[in-house]
Design a protein around this ligand. Sequence first.
Ligand SMILES: Nc1ncnc2c1ncn2[C@@H]1O[C@H](C[S@+](CC[C@H]([NH3+])C(=O)[O-])CC(=O)[O-])[C@@H](O)[C@H]1O
Ligand SMILES: O=C(O)C(=O)Cc1ccccc1
Length: 243
Amino acid sequence: MIQSDPDDLFDRPEVSVRPFEFDADVARVFPDMVRRSVPGYAELVGLSGLIARRVARSGTRCYDLGCSLGAVTRSILRQTGPDVVIVAVDNAPAMVDGLRVRLQDVPGADRVEAVCADIQAVAIEQASVVVLNLTLQFVPVTERLALLARIRGGLVPGGVLVLAEKMAVPDDRGGALLTALHEDFKRANGYSELAISRKRSALEQVLVPERIETHEQRIEDAGFAGHCRWFQSLNFVAWVAWT
Ligand SMILES: Nc1ncnc2c1ncn2[C@@H]1O[C@H](C[S@+](CC[C@H]([NH3+])C(=O)[O-])CC(=O)[O-])[C@@H](O)[C@H]1O
Ligand SMILES: O=C(O)C(=O)Cc1ccccc1
């Protein structure tokens, strides 16, 4: 696990009242926050690297879109050969700064191009793997299809999209159970009732989850030839989609 200060952000009264932002405070606690908030996060990161190991070809690029501090970037770096370039993109300057620091003593880090930019404006070219690990949920819903279609267009034959998202649960007993269990997971990881409810408010309209069927329909509409779901833990789910 990468070094992190403990996440106490939502125990502070002033942080709750404004919408969630990937600023310097969040970047400082992010590894602790994401580990304690996303069930299966370590598996998502590790398995994304293994997917890249299987798929990435020499002379191609792997993209880590919404890379935060580069957990997936480092996972891919460990699993791919010397002729694979990794393009790590985030539009939060504090995240990209943190990524650059964390790459300093990592072997092979010269294969990583760290870019501070909007993923909607970054060219995707010669890509064998494009990872959106918990990132699409922050892109405006109306712009999601265009982004996936552009990713599809930048993939080499045999290339894949790896998409992981918090999902909107169905409005039924199963959905209610998943939501309740996600809160139990946060409680079990030491978050207070207040912190859980404040973060929920801060994320409203910032993180917009969608139903599994909506994601799968969009993957098809974007022109991918096929997809399969390879991960689910409570209300977090991941797919691989291929050309
Ligand atoms: N339009 C955008 N352009 C660029 N970056 C963006 C955009 N929108 C959001 N981000 C960035 O996407 C990241 C989402 S976190 C990803 C975790 C990481 N993938 C991980 O495997 O640790 C997930 C979470 O916090 O739930 C943040 O760093 C944002 O700045
Ligand atoms: O905490 C949540 O409810 C999440 O969906 C995960 C998360 C993790 C880190 C930043 C924002 C959301």
